[in-house]
Design a protein around this ligand. Structure first.
Ligand code: ADP
Length: 606
């Protein structure tokens, strides 16, 4: 059971770059206690396998190399990862491994963590890694929970934790509505700074939880919920340390003395930013971001729909409304089980049996909640002054009510702690901390997502829903799908909540995910983002023309990173040194994450 010291106060933003804003401290305290109430194992577990020395170097030489790096960066900025692995929780996550591990916890662990203070330090680390052929793995905040957290793909990589010391907001331009930030700036931190400066005319787009790094989330193509929700589309300008140690600035940043780095993303020549997103081609040390103007008013709305079969006709209604911007933000259509789970109570509160929770129990419980019984819940937001909102909301109401049984929930009837208000804040660019509550559905609650992209069409939604339902039933896992509707496509996000201390449940979850990826690919759907252990399988589904895209990525990788030191295997891209040594993970590759060796060192190629 959890020990008392686990309930120490959550660090605040004034104490740590990754801390919680003071305004959310009470919420963090409550969230933390709910997490620890459902935890059945101690926060730390003794290591079984010792320090994870990366393949291709002896322990002795690795320690010598670390000593050399200590001299370059300062002893306190190089930490050997030789302690027990601590799990923590969202706000106090580890930077050494995936605390929501889907494979055995000691698979995806770092050998050491290093903390650069500036771009020059990152260059030093990269050059050092080339000298010794040590794999390094950059993280900004490492809160990429559900997709691998802070863990490296290659066991024994040295994690480069950029966020701890590179966390400055370098500029906020209140006229252009842009900012320039370092990797350690969280959505919480930028929001608080904008408020502190009194820039009420500027909004920050935020994802479901505000603790992630803006740079980390953006390069991994995460989304938020205002009209500026496509973070990658909204960035403008990168500073990147290449795997060989050169530093480049993209877009207008390449022009010395420019004054448009954050206002015109393209510059001149090939648009190179794309290769630094969901890749292992560079380490982003600065990023520009465009910020949304305050729309002058906003109003959240929520509709519920009664029947499972309402899904397809509803998606058909949503598409034209979304494309014409009557529905203005990345809106969410969630299955009602998530609405029940987001109360933060364990599943055993409602059901003590095995296998998926019966639908009848879900509906009985919803009946008792303020939103009432339903199968689908739509959360949306309308922006602008009252008369503009009314124009759009009237159209939405008329269209949504074409579904028999559709109900608009009057927000004034909802208590202040109802989840609706969290969505209201998020869609208004106010970062929050409620989303993680559904993770408590399971003891030692962890989550991992299946995230396919599809057209906004009823038949596609139905196919993906049926596919997920079938595979969840086979695995005996509760199904919690949410459709996130972008402008011309939607991501279906199916979060599998599992007990990370239960090896059998973990395996079932992994099989379920791998089956869904294959099923979806057979129907023409691919994932927009995935967990470290699924990256090889997902990358392999993008195989058109004899894997031409992966061959291109490998050519880029080998030319930009000739020694294969930067995040090998991330997004399924393996450098030459690792190829053909069995590093890929997939169905049938067994439980391990490692291959057998790497190509011998030879001369350092720089
Ligand atoms: P978040 O802070 O949003 O939790 P992470 O820091 O975990 O995000 O980053 C998500 C993923 O993106 C990481 O696993 C890492 O591979 C990649 N990444 C993060 N920051 C950088 C960066 N500055 N440069 C290159 N890749 C990065």
């Amino acid at each position: 059971m959890s020990s008392r010291h686990d309930l120490s106060p959550t660090p605040t933003l004034s104490q740590s770059h990754s801390g919680i804003p003071e305004r959310l401290l009470a919420k963090a305290t409550k969230a933390k206690s709910l997490v620890y109430e459902t935890r059945t194992t101690p926060n730390s577990v003794p290591r079984q396998r010792g320090i994870a020395i990366p393949q291709g170097i002896s322990q002795h030489r690795f320690f010598e190399a670390l000593d050399e790096l200590r001299e370059e960066l300062g002893t306190q900025h190089v930490e050997l990862n030789d302690k027990e692995l601590r799990s923590g929780w969202y706000m106090e996550h580890p930077n050494t491994h995936d605390m929501m591990n889907i494979v055995e916890q000691e698979e995806l662990v770092a050998s050491a963590v290093v903390y650069p203070a500036c771009t020059e330090d990152v260059v030093k680390i990269v050059r050092w890694a080339n000298k010794y052929r040590i794999p390094i793995f950059p993280i900004s905040m490492g809160r990429n929970l559900g997709y691998g957290g802070a863990a490296p793909r290659v066991r024994g990589s040295v994690t480069v934790d950029l966020g701890r010391r590179m966390n400055k907001i370098l500029n906020i331009d209140p006229d252009d509505h842009t900012c320039l930030i370092e990797p350690g700036v969280s959505f919480y931190a930028l929001f608080e700074e904008v408020q502190k400066k009194g820039y009420t005319h500027i909004w920050v787009d935020v994802p479901d939880l505000g603790g992630g790094s803006i740079v980390g989330n953006t390069v991994d193509r995460g989304v938020g919920y205002t009209p500026y929700g496509d973070h990658w589309a909204c960035h403008s300008g990168l500073e990147v340390v290449l795997p060989t140690g050169e530093v480049i600035r993209t877009g207008m940043g390449a022009l010395p003395g420019n004054n448009t780095w954050q206002t015109f993303p393209y510059g001149f020549g090939p648009y190179s930013d794309g290769i630094f997103s969901q890749s292992n081609f560079g380490i982003v040390t600065k990023m520009g971001m465009t910020l949304m103007p305050n729309p002058g008013g906003y109003e959240s709305f929520m509709y519920t729909f009664q029947k499972e079969e309402n899904l397809a006709p509803l998606i058909e209604i949503i598409r034209p409304l979304r494309i014409t911007n009557i529905l203005e933000n990345v809106a969410q259509l969630r299955h009602c089980l998530q609405t029940l789970a987001v109360r933060g109570l364990p599943r055993t509160t409602y059901f003590g049996g095995h296998g998926p929770i019966p639908q009848s129990i879900i509906h009985e419980e919803l009946e008792k909640m303020p939103i009432g019984d339903c199968t689908w819940v739509y959360y949306g937001m309308s922006y602008g002054p009252t008369h503009i909102r009314k124009y759009k909301l009237d159209i939405i109401d008329k269209e949504f009510k074409k579904i028999a049984g559709a109900r608009k929930i009057d927000p004034t009837t909802l208590p202040k702690d109802e989840y609706f208000w969290s969505r209201d804040r998020i869609a208004a660019g106010i970062p929050d901390l409620e989303e993680l509550l559904w993770v408590n559905w399971m003891p030692n609650g962890s989550h991992v997502a299946f995230s396919p992209v599809s057209p906004i069409k009823g038949k596609d939604a139905e196919r993906l829903y049926e596919l997920a339902k079938k595979r969840h039933a086979e695995a005996g896992i509760d199904l919690m799908p949410a459709f996130c509707v972008g402008l011309r496509e939607m991501h279906l996000i199916v979060e599998i909540v599992f007990d990370s201390k239960d090896a059998e449940m973990r395996k079932k979850a992994e099989i379920c995910l791998r089956d869904m990826i294959d099923d979806a690919a057979a129907l023409g759907y691919g994932e927009y983002r995935t967990h470290l252990v699924l990256m090889d399988q997902v990358a392999a589904t993008y195989s058109w023309n004899d894997n031409a895209l992966m061959k291109f990525n490998e050519r880029l990788k080998d030319s930009l990173d000739p020694n294969g030191i930067l995040a090998p295997g991330r997004c399924g891209i393996w450098p030459e040194r690792y190829r053909g040594h069995g590093w890929e993970m997939g169905k049938g590759s067994g439980a391990g994450s490692e291959g057998i060796g790497v190509m011998p060192a030879g001369e350092t190629r720089l």
